[in-house]
Design a protein around this ligand. Structure first.
Ligand code: PEP
Ligand code: MN
Length: 338
């Protein structure tokens, strides 16, 4: 990918002329524009002479993007991507707090948990209706029935819903009920699924694969962006290492690294990253200090009865206490939790 960096006084006509020329050569153009800059990202398999672009009116310079991810890179878009989720923004000063059970288990469970999470300060309700379980004999989720209960919980609390979609064919159904589409760690490189959510109109929470490099993860975000969906959040949920005491190893490095490489919001999932409720608060608070744009935390009113991930789920009281502590840390770091 090359970037055509436009001069401050470039007109829309100048921009259109550059786009027309590169499209004529067989490239695709993506525009990144705000008050401070206009950058045209030029991708694809076209053929042309970049010197001809450099001399067009309004063009300041033409530079290659050094990373393999292009639209996801800070070079293409220097400022943070910020977009609304319900009545909050993600990617700006405020942190987005998502909480709820691992799985939707029944109607009263999700409604009771949603009310408790909202009271404790959550902005978004999580809950899986389609569950990627390592055992075919484990609870697989309630499917569409679970989506209906989530929608009811949203009606009662006003909290937007984030829930996992596991296959391309189910994207339209999940979009009918959910506000945010979660791509699970196991599906990070399911390219047909990335294509389908890239065509959808909903924001996407893209979890990092458990054995994935940061670059591979950003390339998966690139798939979604390149299909037209710009509202992508990246989620660090722990990676596999030799350490067995915790379920995964929380790669806190991913937070500052992703912030440097990409303009996309980065969310921390301390629940899957640690796998044990007694470590969740420490990992959550570290994420806030490290610069995360939000968190997704598993909360269950009765963790001992949970059908999935009870061991890593916080009770609502512990979650409420954690939100208070995270708020103080956010403020100390120039951020806020509303
Ligand atoms: C989940 O959010 O419950 C989940 C299955 O997460 P992950 O894909 O990160 O394992
Ligand atoms: Mn879970």
């Amino acid at each position: 990918m090359n970037l055509a960096i436009m001069k401050n006084d470039a007109t829309m006509k100048d921009v259109s002329a550059v786009i027309a020329r590169v499209e004529d050569w067989g490239f695709t153009a993506h525009l990144s524009q705000n008050d401070a800059h206009t950058i045209i990202g030029i991708v694809g398999e076209g053929q042309g002479d970049w010197e001809q672009i450099r001399v067009l009116p309004g063009v300041e310079r033409v530079v290659p993007v050094k990373h393999p991810f292009k639209l996801a890179s800070r070079e293409f878009q220097p400022e943070n991507t910020v977009f609304p989720i319900g009545s909050h923004n993600v990617g700006g000063k405020g942190l987005l707090i998502m909480a709820g059970p691992c799985s939707v288990e029944d109607r009263s469970q999700i409604i009771e948990t949603a009310i408790a999470c909202k009271e404790a300060g959550a902005h978004v309700l999580r809950g899986g209706a389609f569950k990627p379980r390592s055992s075919p004999y484990a609870f697989q989720g309630l499917g569409e029935e679970g989506l209906k209960y989530l929608a009811e919980a949203r009606d009662i609390t006003g909290l937007p819903i984030v829930t996992e979609v596991m296959e391309p064919g189910l994207v339209p159904l999940v979009c009918d009920y959910a506000d945010i589409l979660q791509i699970g760690a196991r599906n990070m490189q399911n390219y047909a699924l990335l294509h389908a959510v890239g065509k959808a109109q909903h924001p996407v929470l893209l979890k990092r694969g458990m054995s994935s490099l940061m670059e591979e993860w950003l390339m998966c975000a690139e798939y979604i962006l390149s299909h037209g969906n710009k509202r992508v959040m990246l989620c660090e949920r722990g990676i596999r290492t030799f350490e067995k005491y915790t379920r995964n190893t929380f790669d806190i490095n991913a937070i500052p690294v992703v912030k440097q490489l990409s303009h996309l919001p980065i969310i921390a999932d301390p629940s899957h990253a640690t796998g044990k409720s007694e470590y969740v608060a420490a990992a959550a608070k570290a994420s806030v200090a490290a610069g995360a744009d939000g968190l997704i935390i598993e909360v269950h009113c009765h963790p001992e009865k949970a059908l999935s991930d009870g061991a890593q789920s916080l009770r609502p009281e512990a979650f409420a206490q954690l939100v208070r502590e995270m708020r103080a840390i956010a403020e100390a770091c120039g951020r806020e939790i509303e």
